[in-house]
Design a protein around this ligand. Sequence first.
Ligand SMILES: C[S@@+](CC[C@H](N)C(=O)[O-])C[C@H]1O[C@@H](n2cnc3c(N)ncnc32)[C@H](O)[C@@H]1O
Length: 218
Amino acid sequence: MSAEPTLVTAAHFDYVRDHTRAEDDFLGALKRAAAADGIPAIWISPAQASLMQILLRLKGAEHVVEVGTLGGYSAIAMARALPDGGRVTTIEIDPKHAAFARRWVADSDVAGKVDVIEGAGDDVLRTLDADSADACFLDADKGGYVGYLDELRRILRPGALVMADNAFAFGELFAEKPSDPEVPAVRAFNDHVAAQSWLQAAIVPIGDGLWVGVAHDD
Ligand SMILES: C[S@@+](CC[C@H](N)C(=O)[O-])C[C@H]1O[C@@H](n2cnc3c(N)ncnc32)[C@H](O)[C@@H]1O
């Protein structure tokens, strides 16, 4: 064992992809239909979906709250990892994205397990019951992440799984002059997560960097 970490390169990401369960035909078709509808291809990767499914299964999660549905790819993937009776509540601000996701969820094998709620993340989260979820996934506007996490602290049960995407800021985490206007918000969120005493979390270098954490009382 070496004390030095292995630097993860593009070749490692390809290798991870090639050694991870691939997406099925349904999710592939969802992506193609979304492209035909002009919906941006900003999905989580199949490898990230697989890791999230593993974490949800390990947690035994029954209710997941997601902010940022897009076309329903990650919501469907997560719902597949839940037991009978489990559900994903996924929040989407864009009516076109929400309508697309609803159609594809309805045709999926997890139709009864995903609720697509149209609205802004902060508005909808405020309506969710306290201690009602055991996992969450943030994948929407980065400027909202700090507020979403703070609200989720009320919604999540002790021991809940916390996941948040894009910790590496679209590859621009260390850029002096980032081109993406959301980069400062990602950096601020990363600092915020690291300062939370109720949340033990680490950035997993998969996709664009996935925060994975566990909420705890002690
Ligand atoms: C990166 S995409 C989500 C991808 C999706 N999780 C997946 O991998 O299948 C981000 C989505 O968040 C939505 N969004 C942006 N701001 C939002 C907000 N304030 N509240 C809820 N959704 C928002 C966007 O419209 C977009 O559909």
